[in-house]
Structure formats: structure tokens, C-alpha cells
Ligand binder design. Structure first.
Ligand code: GLN
Length: 285
């Protein structure tokens, strides 16, 4: 053990891990606690009261190993294999994007439209871990969701999450965007597609290097998948049905233009918690 050789108690381990991680991340205290609670299999809120308890040598070795992974840039969610999103906990793997808080805006917009539909039928294209579909399905029990993905591994993760949440209102289909959809029409179609341009420097980010490129990169201008979705979904939407898409903060204008030229009406863009353009929705005209 390199980092934790002088560590005796859980309190010492917390302190040592915070100091180490603070050189790499601005969420050092949170990261240290998430990793330590994973090693000890206890709720993070309990660490405070366990400070005086001695850390076993195998626990210290396990903690050391997880810290090393984190220091190499690996997202906490991949290390602990879980991520909180909306009101649910999701299993994630390197086959799926780590769910982001801004994606909850897609859930919010979908739930807003669900209010006026009795048994809404929704589709989530490129579901990844299933975060959007499962958040909606767990909030609106009368809804039925179809969730698709081009990655069989991601689809498996989404199915496992559905099972763990004991939801029976989600069906899964393998395939690319609208082509994966079964032959019926939906009230609402949502998606968080890949939308980063292939030459964007952010892809070299320590964190993103661990995520699947297929879930991040939307071709040379970042809009390739969004274009395929907007042009492909109308025949799967009921008249007046809504398309809700997450996109990059500088893509609002381009996405609204795509909605306009593909016959959508009442389109508008919503800002995320950082006050950045993040989600555009429009109605099948
Ligand atoms: N929202 C992610 C990011 O910019 C990208 C995910 C995506 O392309 N859908 O970090």
C-alpha cells in the first residue's frame, strides 16, 4: 500500500483520500466518501459516525485500489457501478454513458406532456443505461415505454436496471434510432443522442476517455444522430405527438431549424441548470 500505509481508522482513511483526490478533482470529499462507502458496503451517511472504527487491512487495500482508478480519471460511477438519476439508482457499465444531471430536463419535459395524456406511449431512442425511460416509467405507472439502443451491451444494462426497479411498463428493442421502433405510433419520443463533434477537444477529457464514443460522438458537426432522429421519427409519432431531444449548448439554433424543416411545430429550446441551451422539443404537425 502506497497511499494508505499510515491509516488506522475510517476517519484517517477519509482524510488521506480527500487530500489525495483534491489534487485531481474538485469533488474530492464526495468522491472519497462514495468510494469508501462502496468498499465498506455502508451508506455514505454512516461514515461520519464510523470515523473511530478501525479499517481492516483488506478493506484498506481495496480502498487503495479504487482510489488509484479514480486518480487515473475513471468516473466514480464506473468504479462503484452505480449512479443516482432522478429518483432512481442505476447500474452503469463502460458500455453506457454515465447519466448526467442535465438529462433530467428531458425527463421533466416528457413528464410535463404526460400530464395531459391518459396512458401515454413513449419511446426513448438510444437509452444507454435506461436512465430517461426508467425515470419516466417509475414516475408514471400508467405510461408504457419502448427503449432502444444500437449497443447490445447497453441494452442489457438497461434491462437489468428495469428488472432491479421491478418495472413492468418498459419494452426493449435493439437497433438504430427510429428504425428500431416497433410498428406503432407514440405520444412522445425522447432521446439523449451523441452530439459532440468528432474533433471536439472535450473528448480528450480524462473522464470522457472512459465513456463509449458511440454514445458521445455525433459525427463531424455533432448533429449527425440528431438529424437522423428528427428526419426519421415523424411516422412513429401520433398527430400532435412530441419529440424531445437533448443536445449541445451551442446547437439550439441548428436543432430548431431541423425541427422546422422537418414539419414540426411549436418547437422551443429549454435551458439546463447551468442556464445553457440543452433540450429542444417540438410537436408533430
Ligand atoms: N452531455 C454529455 C456531455 O457533453 C454528452 C452526452 C451526449 O453526447 N449525449 O458531457
Amino acid at each position: 500500500m502506497k497511499f494508505l500505509s499510515a491509516v488506522k481508522t475510517i476517519g484517517n482513511a477519509r482524510q488521506a483520500a480527500r487530500a489525495l483526490l483534491s489534487e485531481e478533482t474538485d469533488t474530492a470529499a464526495l468522491d472519497a466518501d462514495l468510494l469508501l462507502s462502496a468498499v465498506l458496503s455502508v451508506n455514505r451517511n454512516l461514515l461520519e459516525v464510523l470515523e473511530e472504527v478501525e479499517l481492516g487491512s483488506s478493506q484498506a487495500a481495496d480502498f487503495e485500489h479504487l482510489l488509484q482508478r479514480r486518480l487515473a480519471g475513471e468516473p466514480i460511477a464506473y468504479i462503484t457501478q452505480s449512479k443516482a438519476f432522478w429518483t432512481i439508482d442505476l447500474q452503469v457499465s463502460p458500455a453506457t454513458l454515465v447519466p448526467r444531471p442535465e438529462t433530467e430536463l428531458v425527463v421533466e419535459r416528457a413528464l410535463f406532456h404526460c400530464q395531459s395524456i391518459e396512458s401515454p406511449k413513449l419511446a426513448d431512442l438510444g437509452t444507454g443505461s435506461g436512465c430517461i425511460a426508467l425515470a419516466i416509467a417509475s414516475t408514471v405507472s400508467a405510461a408504457h415505454l419502448v427503449a432502444t439502443d444500437i449497443s447490445a451491451d447497453a441494452l442489457e444494462v438497461a434491462k437489468q436496471n428495469c428488472k432491479a426497479l421491478e418495472l413492468d411498463n418498459v419494452s426493449f428493442f435493439y437497433g438504430s434510432w427510429a428504425e428500431a421502433l416497433p410498428n406503432h405510433t407514440f405520444d412522445i419520443i425522447v432521446s439523449n443522442p451523441p452530439y459532440i463533434a468528432s474533433d471536439d477537444q472535450c473528448l480528450a477529457d480524462k473522464f470522457m476517455r472512459f465513456e463509449p464514443p458511440v454514445a458521445l460522438i455525433g459525427g463531424s458537426d455533432g448533429l449527425e444522430s440528431i438529424r437522423r432522429i428528427v428526419t426519421g421519427v415523424r411516422k412513429h409519432l401520433k398527430p400532435g405527438g412530441w419529440l424531445i431531444i437533448e443536445h449541445g449548448c451551442d446547437q439550439g439554433n441548428a436543432v430548431r431549424n431541423l425541427f422546422e424543416s422537418n414539419g414540426f411545430k411549436n418547437y422551443s429550446t429549454f435551458k439546463d441548470l447551468a442556464d445553457l441551451d440543452r433540450v429542444t422539443e417540438g410537436q408533430n404537425g
